[in-house]
Design a binder for this molecule. Structure first.
Ligand code: HPA
Length: 278
């Protein structure tokens, strides 16, 4: 089956399960940030297991559910759970859910993730708007024959994170009294956390935060010409920054849930009055 056929099959299954849904904005929720989906009203939930080609439950590491509904009166499609490259998934599987959102009609997608901060003044609990990224993995979801129905072989990544969307997100943060940092996100493959020497190297390269997702999705969406905004929820200072402390996933999950409240307010305000022209 070609990838276009796989995308069409997923779109058809979603349209059949939720015929009335016409999502305009997609949202991908990262580790611990699933609570944002609770704010979506008139919701229809579709388990990933019911959508052909979506990540298998258990592999998704979060809820594994697509929620269609409205947030601040804007029709949205929310992915609760993503497949990661470190789980051994082929890159085409990692990006299939966001490609499906685009083909469902989302012209803008907001990606979120849990990340470690490389800046001591941006600590756990803060939200960081991603301005740009560094792909530290050598992996790219577009490797292989190009699919012209999705986009061009070579495409621009110099403005991957939409400037107008970033301005609007800063405005929403100010209005909500949320202290929104901004910076460059470094994609490390994982699943091991980084060593202190790696973190020092990434900082020298210009990174402000490090995490194990998002970059493949941004890449695949820019290939399709979809506008992207991305926000990291900082769950910890990166390896080696706090003397004597070790990193663990439990910390990611606790800090993530605490930030979900701020992220919900930020996105609700950001979407208020949203039109595709904004
Ligand atoms: N490194 C990589 N991924 C992460 C981290 C980190 O420190 N924290 C949360 N996700």
């Amino acid at each position: 089956m070609s990838e276009i056929d796989a995308l069409d099959a997923a779109v058809a299954a979603i349209r059949k399960a939720a015929p009335a849904a016409v999502p305009r904005v997609g949202i991908v929720l990262g580790s611990g940030l699933g609570g944002v989906a609770d704010a979506v009203v008139d919701a229809v939930d579709i388990p990933y297991g019911d959508i052909p080609g979506f990540p298998k439950p258990g592999v998704a590491s979060h809820a594994g559910r697509l929620r269609l509904g409205t947030l601040s009166s804007v029709p949205v499609a929310v992915l609760q759970g993503r497949a990661h490259a470190y789980e051994g998934n082929p890159m085409v599987d990692v990006v299939r859910p966001v490609r499906v959102l685009a083909r469902l009609g989302c012209s803008m997608i907001i990606l979120t993730n849990a990340a470690g901060s490389l800046r001591a003044e941006v600590g756990a609990g803060r939200l960081m708007l991603i301005t740009d990224h560094i792909n530290g993995t050598g992996l790219n979801p577009l490797v292989g024959p190009n699919e012209p129905a999705l986009g061009q072989r070579f495409f621009d990544m110099s403005a991957a994170y939409d400037a107008a969307l970033r301005t609007r997100l800063h405005g929403a943060a100010t209005a909500e009294g949320i202290d929104l940092a901004e910076g460059v996100y470094y994609w490390a493959l994982g699943p091991s956390f980084e060593t202190p020497a790696e973190i020092r190297a990434f900082r020298t390269l210009g990174a402000d935060a490090v995490g194990m997702s998002t970059v493949p999705e941004t890449t695949a969406l820019r290939h399709m010409g979809v506008r992207v905004a991305a926000i990291s929820g900082i769950t910890n200072l990166a390896a080696g920054m706090v003397a004597g402390s070790a990193l663990d996933h439990a910390e990611t999950m606790t800090q993530g849930s605490a930030m979900a409240g701020n992220l919900t307010r930020l996105l609700s305000r950001f979407l208020t009055g949203w039109t595709d022209a904004a």
